[in-house]
Design a protein around this ligand. Structure first.
Ligand code: NAD
Length: 259
């Protein structure tokens, strides 16, 4: 890890007025959830382009639900890792104003982050494709989905097909999440990008929007991405948890010196 770059990033963050984070699958990789790109058992078995496309789901919901059940087991077992916790701490200390996440795993909220925009939805919720009714998987007080025993897929009480409330390829971003992400991006003077390949649109437009109005871009990733050359001011190479811990310690040290 480049100590000089950590110091520079810490200085920028500690003087920022409205720093935000944009996170991707890489931040949850250390919680045991494989990212799409890079090595990952689940995605080597199920091609996301095939299984995570809305047309694939509509054509063969049973096949996609089989993959979703396997993913569900992984998501349920996952706990926030130090990277999620550092971001929650930074928000509590006023060093971060919000997070736009592409992840659907609920781990930012589980770590204690308050202002989280779920750009691609949340895998712990289900929505009916016919009537729009939402179900929370964990909420036993609410009515539970019906199980279609012939198809082995969950169904709504109206009979409609249930789909996890996540954005599949080929679907639009929910308007509210899109607007909230755009508002945070428009307001930010620093964007901390963590664990995203920058390959998935339209989430990958946000760093360009931020850059365009003069925000500083700090990127944390194991390797350079298509964003690194295009928009990044400071690239911090390494695992999200290790880099974020170092960054938070550096900021703490600077604050100690200031007071
Ligand atoms: P991606 O899979 O395209 O890229 C992951 C990036 O994270 C890569 O650039 C990789 O180098 C980096 N990375 C991996 N481990 C890291 C670590 N420990 N520390 C730092 N960086 C690390 O992910 P994406 O850009 O978020 O796009 C994929 C899409 O897949 C997203 O839209 C997301 O919704 C979905 N997805 C979500 C989850 C989840 O909810 N946890 C998991 C897989 C995929």
């Amino acid at each position: 890890m480049d100590k000089h770059k950590i110091k520079e990033a810490a200085r920028i963050l500690s003087f920022a007025h409205f720093p935000i984070a944009l996170t991707g699958a890489g931040i949850s990789e250390e919680s045991g959830i494989p990212a799409f790109r890079g090595e990952g058992g689940l995605w080597a078995k199920y091609n996301p382009a095939e299984y995570a496309h809305i047309n694939a789901f509509l054509e063969n919901p049973k096949k996609v639900w089989q993959m979703l059940k396997e993913l569900d087991g992984i998501l349920r077992a996952a706990k926030p890792n130090p990277a999620h916790k550092v971001l929650a701490l930074m928000e509590a200390e006023g060093l971060l104003k919000g997070i736009v996440t592409q992840n659907v795993d609920n781990l930012h909220q589980a770590a204690g982050s308050k202002r989280v925009v779920e750009f691609h939805g949340n895998a712990f919720c289900l929505r009916c494709l016919s009537c729009g009714r939402a179900y929370k998987k964990e909420d036993m007080s609410s009515e539970q989905p019906l199980i279609d025993l012939i198809q082995d897929v969950p169904r709504c009480h109206c009979g409609g097909l249930l789909k996890p409330d996540v954005v599949f390829f080929g679907e639009n971003i929910p308007t509210r999440a899109l607007l909230e992400a755009q508002v945070l991006t428009a307001a930010c003077d620093v964007m901390l990008i963590i664990g995203t390949s920058g390959e998935v649109a339209p989430a990958n437009y946000l760093p360009y929007d931020a850059k365009q109005h003069g925000a500083k871009i700090i990127e944390i990733n194991l390797e350079a991405t298509i964003l690194t050359e295009a928009v990044t001011d400071i690239f911090l190479q390494g695992k999200a948890s290790k880099v974020l811990i170092a960054l938070e310690e550096e900021i703490r040290g600077m604050r100690g010196k200031k007071s």
